[in-house]
Every structure is written in structure tokens, then in C-alpha cells.
Design a protein around this ligand. Structure first.
Ligand code: F6P
Ligand code: MG
Length: 441
């Protein structure tokens, strides 16, 4: 049987992968260096001379990294001891083993894009942990927080809406509940436009009230399996016994506005009794600029709770209670910041795979998760999603993603061709989105 298609890679000049490695990633590195610079006096105040030395060291390591990238140097192993160093170095060796003898070592523009892009973020982390006492500094924190503050108006509107729904939820009939479920799913989808890595680390917040745009945005949903999600969860609700649970797992993506949309959806799922438990998965290290870590998760809930706005603050208080009583559970796992495709999760991280198997439904937020679900490969557009998952089926799952990379499966024949002619960059601007489900119907 033929193997899977080749990986997307910077080898393909002019491709989005190529442009990302050439332009976007160096820009993100420059921004990280600049952020360290700007915190110089803060490091000095906190740690004295040692802080200044550490800042210089981190900057010089990042400058070296930028130079390696821009001159397409070989990918070198990690040197600093960390929980995932061995797995990473094994993976670098594995990439090496895939090359012909003449190809030399894995390189930035030559190796799979997914691998080198993940490697870049892991190297940023290495530069920071090699620079104590500033070794827990998150170079992206400022941008993530800014995204949250700039989206205030939209967040207030969303929280107010949620509270209106929650207080009247008992009066809603099944159709109204379903409409509300679809509304909050779409808000969570479009919330994924707000990531900061596509924009090279520049601000990308939600300035207008997203709820007013949903109708207009509907035609931009290329695969829409929302009905499957409803049937699955509504069926669980109807058939579950008093003591049994319905668990929905959400593999989070970006902090800031997108995270608010995910928490609003999670709150609704509990309030509507479509789920009884929500499990969240975040990143253990700063990742793809805006991805949520436990610090971002806690910080954001704290901010929402501390807001002067009555309904926003009520949301924050409720969310804190969900965590306290264990109806919301947050998980960390290093697998999410490894470069591996999800089809190898059961071998590389069997504990995580077993955890996901406990869910009735898993929602994978965002583009990077989609790339990992499909292996970031050059699939034909019409290949079924199930096939592109290559055996990754821990539980029924759904990707909720705006398109920011040149990979998309599960389209109708001719569907992609409609866009290709008129909009050459239709796959990489975040304009289009999918709800793509895989599981028994
Ligand atoms: O380069 C742009 C990019 O980094 C893509 O590589 C990546 O898939 C995406 O942005 C991140 O998007 P998201 O936050 O939706 O995963
Ligand atoms: Mg992201």
C-alpha cells in the first residue's frame, strides 16, 4: 500500500511554508528579542546584574538561532536538560534518518515545515531556560495579554450574552438550545482568527462584536459538521443515567479572545447539560506565540472575574467554581509541544491517548492542531478526514479551525477548485473555517 503523501516543507518555493520560514518566523524571533530588550530594567530591578547578564545571554542565543535559520544551517540537537529533551533529540535523529546520504543534516528550508516550526519555538524556550534567573520569562505573554485587553468590548458582549442564556436556559426548548449551541460553536470557530503567529506576532484581536457577523460568515464554513456534534451530545444527554457522565475534552489553542470563546462554549455545555465535565489541554511552554499555557488560563479567568462589568465578572466567578468543584479540569502534557503528528500519539504518549479515550467528544481548536491531525501533508482535497487521521481515533472528534496552512481534506470534488482560481491564498488567511467531525454517527 502506498504511504501517506509528503510533508509540507519550505523546499517548495513560494509556498506558505516557504514564506513562513523565510519571513514570518524571523519576524517572530526579532519581536521576541525586542521584548527581552524592553524588559531590561525590569530584569535588573528584580535580579540586579544577574538579570542584565541573563537578558544578554537570552538575546545572544536568540540572535544565533535567527542566524542559523536565515542561513539554512543544519538543525542541531538540544543541549539543555528538560523533560522533553531526549524525545526531541530522538526526533531530530529520526528526521535525519529519513534523508538520503547526500542530503546531509535536516535543515530549515529542507525538512518538514511542521518539524522546523515546532523546533523553532522549542529553541526559543531553550534560550530562555538557559538564562537563569529569567528562565521562566514568557516572551509572548505581553502580546497575549494585549490581545485580551484589545478584545474587551467583544468579550463583554459575549459574557453578557452567555449570562442571559444561562439564566433562561430552563425555558429554552430543544430547538432553541440547538440554535444557541450552534451560535457559540461558530463564535469559538471565528475566535480562532485571533492567533498571533499568522500575523508575525503583531496584534490580532477581536475589536467588533462577533455575534453580529455570524450570518455573514456562514458561507465561509467549508465543512460544517455541527449537526453531528449536536446529535452526539443531545443523545448523550437523553440516554445518560443520573450518576453517569458526559465528558467533552477541548484541546485549546490561543489565549486571549479565542480562549474566552472556548470557555463560554464550555460553560454553555455544562449549563445546557449537554456535558457534565469539561477537560482542557494547554501547552507546557510558550508556543506559536499565542497558545494558552496554564499561566494564561489562570490569568484570563482572574481578569474576567476581576472585571468591573457585572456579567463578565459573574462568568469569571462561575468558571473559578467549575474548576474548584472539578467540573472543569485542566491538563498539561508535553506531547502538545512536540513535533509529532497525532497518529503516533498512542506510541509516543500512551497516557495522553488513554486520557483522551475517556471523552465522549474531543474538540481540537485551531490550525496547528489540524496540521497535526492530518500530519501536515500534501493530501488531495477530497481525501476523507478519517483517512488523513491515519489511525488517530481516541474518541469521536471534531476540528474547529480557521484555515492558515496549505492542508485541507474532506472537501467535495470541485469545492477547492472554486476558490483556487479566484483567491490564490484562500487556505492561509484565516478567512475560511471548518467544523470537521470524525466518529461513528
Ligand atoms: O505560520 C502561521 C501559523 O504559524 C501556522 O503555521 C499555524 O498553523 C498557525 O499560524 C497557528 O494557528 P493556530 O493558532 O490556529 O494554531
Ligand atoms: Mg495557536
Amino acid at each position: 500500500m502506498a504511504g501517506p503523501p509528503a510533508s509540507l516543507s519550505g523546499q517548495d518555493e513560494g509556498s506558505f511554508a516557504y514564506l513562513t520560514i523565510k519571513d514570518r518566523i524571523p519576524q517572530i524571533l526579532t519581536k521576541a528579542i525586542d521584548t527581552l530588550h524592553r524588559h531590561k530594567s525590569e530584569f535588573f530591578e528584580k535580579h540586579g546584574e544577574k538579570g542584565t547578564e541573563a537578558e544578554k545571554k537570552a538575546i545572544s542565543l536568540l540572535s544565533k538561532l535567527r542566524n542559523e535559520l536565515q542561513t539554512d544551517k543544519p538543525i542541531i540537537p538540544f543541549v539543555e536538560e528538560f523533560v522533553d529533551t531526549d524525545i526531541w533529540n530522538q526526533y531530530i535523529e529520526y528526521q535525519q534518518s529519513l534523508l538520503n546520504e547526500n542530503d546531509g543534516k535536516p535543515r530549515w528550508f529542507y525538512s518538514p515545515w511542521l518539524f522546523v516550526e515546532c523546533y523553532m519555538y522549542r529553541r526559543i524556550h531553550e534560550a530562555v531556560i538557559q538564562s537563569p534567573p529569567i528562565d521562566d520569562f514568557d516572551v509572548f505573554k505581553e502580546s497575549k495579554d494585549q490581545n485580551f485587553f484589545e478584545s474587551q468590548e467583544s468579550i463583554i458582549a459575549l459574557c453578557t450574552h452567555l449570562q442571559e442564556v444561562v439564566t433562561t436556559i430552563r425555558d429554552l426548548d430543544e430547538n432553541q438550545l440547538k440554535d444557541e449551541f450552534f451560535r457559540l460553536l461558530q463564535i469559538s470557530l471565528w475566535g480562532n482568527k485571533c492567533d498571533l503567529s499568522l500575523s508575525g506576532g503583531e496584534t490580532s484581536s477581536q475589536k467588533t462584536n462577533i455575534m453580529n457577523s455570524l450570518e455573514e460568515l456562514k458561507p465561509l464554513i467549508l465543512v460544517n459538521d455541527m449537526e453531528h456534534l449536536w446529535s452526539l451530545l443531545n443523545n448523550c444527554k437523553k440516554t445518560r443515567g443520573k450518576a453517569s457522565i458526559t465528558r467533552v475534552d477541548i484541546v485549546l489553542d490561543n489565549s486571549g479572545f479565542e480562549l474566552v470563546t472556548d470557555l463560554v462554549l464550555a460553560d454553555f455545555l455544562l449549563s445546557a447539560q449537554l456535558a457534565t465535565e469539561i477537560h482542557f489541554y494547554g501547552k507546557t511552554i510558550p508556543w506559536f506565540v499565542s497558545d494558552a499555557t496554564i499561566r494564561d488560563f489562570n490569568w484570563l479567568i482572574e481578569q474576567v472575574k476581576g472585571s468591573n462589568h457585572k456579567w463578565m465578572s459573574k462568568c469569571g466567578a462561575d468558571w473559578e467554581t467549575y474548576i474548584k468543584v472539578g467540573r472543569w479540569v485542566y491538563h498539561d502534557h508535553i506531547f502538545w509541544t512536540l513535533p509529532h503528528e497525532f497518529c503516533v500519539m498512542s506510541q509516543v504518549a500512551p497516557d495522553l491517548y488513554a486520557e483522551l479515550q475517556k471523552a465522549h467528544l474531543i474538540l481540537f481548536k485551531g490550525d496547528l492542531n489540524y496540521r497535526k491531525l492530518t500530519g501536515d501533508r500534501k493530501w488531495e482535497f477530497t481525501v476523507p478526514f478519517h483517512q488523513a487521521l491515519r489511525g488517530f481515533h481516541p474518541a469521536p472528534l471534531c476540528s474547529i479551525r480557521t484555515l492558515k496552512a496549505e492542508v485541507q481534506v474532506g472537501l467535495w470534488p470541485g469545492q477547492a477548485e472554486q476558490y483556487i482560481a479566484s483567491e490564490p491564498s484562500w487556505m492561509t488567511t484565516g478567512k475560511y473555517g471548518v467544523f470537521q467531525f470524525d466518529g461513528p454517527l
